[in-house]
Each structure stands twice: as C-alpha cells, then as structure tokens.
Ligand binder design. Sequence first.
Ligand code: NAD
Length: 266
Amino acid sequence: MRRMNTKNSVNVAVAGAAGRMGQRLCTLIGETDGLELAEAFDRPDHQRIGTPAIPGSGVVIAEKPGGAADLLIDFTLPVALQANLDAAVEYGMAAVIGTTGLTEAHFGAIDKAAESVPVLWAPNFSLGMNVMFALAGQIAAKLGDDYDIEILEAHHRFKQDAPSGTALQIARSICQATGKSMQNDVDMTRVGEDPRKPGRITMQTLRMGDVVGEHTVYYAAQGERLQLGHIATTRDTFARGGLAAAKWLHGKPAGRYTMKDMLGME
Ligand code: NAD
C-alpha cells in the first residue's frame, strides 16, 4: 500500500542503502527539495539491516522494498537487478538504475520492466561525462582510423566490474559515431606478442586505492596525440545526477529513458 505523500514530494526507495553510493544517496535525498527518503533496503544478510539508513534517520534499512515509495534508485550489483525491477513493477515505482556490469540479459530485463514503469539506466550520472560521451564519438569520427584510440579508466580497489560501465559507454559512443562495432572492433586488453592493429579501439583498466573514477581517451597518430579526459573527485557527483534524474523521471509514462533524454542532448 502506497503511503500518502503529504509534502508533495517524491517518495524514494534506495536499494543498496548500506553501500558507498546508497549512503550518499540517502544523505543527499535529505538535502534535495522535492525528494523524500521513504524506504531503504539492502541484501537480507547485511549487518546494517534494521539500523537507521543514515544517522538520525527515521527510515531503517529493510530487507526489501515495501511499497511506500513512488520511485526506486538502484546502485547495487547486477545480481540484484531482477528483483529490484520486479519490485518496481509490482509497486508501480519509476526506476533510476546506476548499476554497472550488466549483460544483454539484464538490459532485456530493463526493457521488459520499462513496458510497465518509466526506467532510466545510465552507467554514469555526471553531466561532464555525458558531454564526454558525445565528444568522444565526434572526435573519433573527425580524426579517422589513422589515430589509434585507447580508452584508459581507473577506479578504486573495491570496484567489481571491469572495464567500467562508463568506459564501455565511451567505446559504444565511438563505435556509433564511426560505424564500428563493440563485438568486432574493440579489444579489452593487450598481452604477450600483440602489436596494435589499425582501426581498433583498446580498453585498459586500473584498479587502485580510493580512485572515484577517471577516464581518458587517447587519439594518437604519428607526431601528435589528442587526449580527452574526465575525473570524478566525489561520488556525490553521481548521486546528485541520479537524484536529478529521479526528479525528471517521476511522472513520465512507462518506457526506457536515457541521460540524453534528460539532458536534451542529440
Ligand atoms: P557497494 O558495494 O559499496 O554497494 C552496493 C550495495 O548493494 C551494498 O551495500 C550491497 O550489500 C548491496 N546489495 C547487494 N545485493 C543486493 C540485493 N540483492 N538487494 C539490495 N542490495 C544489495 O558499491 P557502490 O560503489 O555503491 O556501487 C554500486 C553500483 O553502482 C556499482 O555497480 C557501480 O559500478 C555503480 N556506480 C554507478 C555510477 C553511475 O553514475 N551510474 C556511479 C558510481 C557507481
């Protein structure tokens, strides 16, 4: 049963509330006009179950959502996606999803849920990176195959998936702009006797310390190198972007939405 919204704000359920992103989301919802933390949940065996979502909050971390929210924000793990989408459909919650490491089957599940509720998935919710997605493709198309493209990304030591969803989205944008394909033209790493082949896009991954997220695209030819880079210095950038997406998505008809839709980008 949905709770009455007395303050005319959007009631939000945060999945993975005990996680790095979940904690920032719970905190920043409290600082955001028009949003209210209605529910927080995490995996049933998490030690934070039954404790306040953030210090002083009246919302405790539950084992699953209970229907008190209008909208779900999910930054968790791929393994949690299906249950979270099922809950969104069951309770009629719009869903903002930031989880990365998803497979084609996961994207199929998102499309299915989007037949019933509005869903926005993005591998990166920062404005700067979404501008970079577009620029990365435009630059590749202008420079052509004489420029070797290497995508380098760095993240903290706890990150589960590699390469990052953001690096994959950069590669996807370059492929779209140049007529290449993720299956046939992208190499994930290089090892042993493996000289560079013309026209290919190569991705390299660093995992170290507490790096929030750094992405650089190199376009290198004989005699020059162009670099396009983005550095995230705080997770709040992603959390604030996710919350802006939540406000934008609330009230939209069922369907699959992207950050391009939200930002009005081509
Ligand atoms: P984290 O490991 O700190 O947090 C994940 C949380 O999800 C944990 O608390 C975990 O217990 C919880 N969880 C696991 N299974 C669950 C389940 N079945 N139900 C509910 N909760 C469950 O990770 P993080 O650093 O917060 O990142 C989370 C995800 O967000 C990752 O996929 C990461 O790549 C992604 N991410 C996306 C963006 C973006 O802008 N899209 C930005 C940062 C991180």
